[in-house]
Ligand binder design. Structure first.
Ligand SMILES: Nc1ncnc2c1ncn2[C@@H]1O[C@H](COP(=O)(O)OP(=O)(O)O)[C@@H](O)[C@H]1O
Ligand SMILES: [Mg+2]
Length: 206
């Protein structure tokens, strides 16, 4: 939680949203974003960010429960053009492996299917992304029950070097279904404001 001397995080314009999250520009620095979320897995990314930095995951700085600051990554609209050839090949291979692993009926748990994908990627020579996925799974498993994966343009990003950032490829299967995440997110946002952690940036009109 913020100490009383620290300033509340101030949000600028909304730049993205998903099932669990609203993402805003950080008012004081548009090169960074404010993440307000009820996704329990986000905490895993802040763990990875600290010890040691995970190259293919977003760098999330924990501010308060459900509140993070992260660098603003570029959206991926044309993967082939934006990613390095190596990361593009790994991204394509992961997308190819996904349906068979997740829905092929081989695994009791989605988590096992995701680990299978990472192993297959390593076997196919995509060691870098394969190992990153394994490491990410080891971390998100601390915060979820059964973890599945979706790798699509809206859940990835790219850093300044063209490296694939696995922005939000994992999700907890139970959290995704059967919970009113919109209402929970609204409540979380109100709570963060009441606690003095978050405020809306006031535009000054001249
Ligand atoms: N660090 C970031 N930089 C730029 N955009 C981001 C960042 N984090 C999230 N977003 C945007 O917010 C959206 C929702 O974030 P995401 O982590 O996918 O949330 P959810 O868990 O709800 O799916 C993303 O699709 C993306 O557009
Ligand atoms: Mg998402």
């Amino acid at each position: 939680m913020l100490t009383p001397t620290e300033e509340a995080v101030s949000t600028g314009k909304l730049i993205g949203s998903g099932a669990f999250t609203r993402c805003y520009e950080l008012a004081s620095d548009p090169s960074r974003v404010v993440i307000i979320t009820v996704d329990p897995l986000k905490e895993a990314y802040s763990d990875i960010s600290i010890d040691p930095p995970g190259d293919h995951f977003p760098q999330l700085e924990w501010i308060a429960h459900g509140l993070y600051i992260a660098p603003r990554y570029e959206r991926v609209t044309a993967p082939k053009r934006q990613l390095t050839p190596e990361d593009y090949a790994a991204y394509k291979a992961a997308r190819r492996l996904l349906p068979g692993a997740l829905f092929g009926g081989k695994h009791k748990w989605f988590s096992d299917a995701v680990y299978e994908i990472s192993t297959q990627l390593i076997i196919q020579g995509h060691d870098d992304i394969g190992c990153a996925l394994q490491r990410g799974m080891d971390s998100v498993m601390n915060y979820g029950h059964d973890i599945s994966m979706e790798i699509s343009p809206r859940n990835i990003a790219v850093d300044k070097q063209g490296r694939l950032i696995l922005l939000d490829v994992f999700y907890d299967v139970e959290e995704m279904h059967g919970k009113d995440n919109r209402a929970r997110l609204k409540k979380r946002k109100r709570w963060l404001m009441d606690e003095g952690c978050l405020r809306r940036h006031k535009t000054t009109y001249y």
